[in-house]
Design a protein around this ligand. Structure first.
Ligand SMILES: [Zn+2]
Length: 137
């Protein structure tokens, strides 16, 4: 415990500057009397702004904005997130049975039937894979 307190003291300055910081010290009982310490620091409820570099409050939402410069805090994560969303949308719309609002009634019906059989096909494949997995030998 005293070992832990020693370590905690080292980080007191840091913690007083950043009150939202969570400090986690994991002590392993290997290599020496006190073992090895791994120190984890978690920034709770704040994030370093990728635009101005200041620490800003955030509620883990990728769309939150910096309280200093007003830019989005998401940064690269946000860019990646948006890119992935756009990609998913494109994939969905490129799908052969994707029902567009401009499709006629007959086309919509054909696509619905297509989707149904595709789902059925996937279900059968999944079932076969499961069957092979549970069969002995
Ligand atoms: Zn900022």
């Amino acid at each position: 415990m005293s070992n832990f307190l020693n370590l905690a003291c080292k980080y007191t300055d840091l913690l007083s500057a950043r009150p939202n910081l969570l400090l986690l010290v994991v002590s392993y009982p290997i290599g020496g009397r006190f073992g090895r310490n791994l120190v984890y620091l978690f920034g709770m409820g704040e994030k370093k702004c990728p635009h101005c570099g200041a620490w800003s409050k955030w509620n883990q939402h990728i769309q939150d904005t910096c309280e200093h410069c007003g830019e989005k805090l998401g940064g690269a994560d946000l860019a990646y997130h948006e890119k992935r969303l756009a990609q998913e949308k494109a994939n969905r719309e490129n799908w052969i049975f994707y029902i567009k609002e401009t499709d006629g009634e007959f086309v919509q019906l054909v696509k619905k039937v297509g989707n149904f059989f595709y789902t059925l096909y996937i279900a059968i494949i999944t079932f076969l894979a499961w069957l092979i997995a549970v069969l002995p030998g």
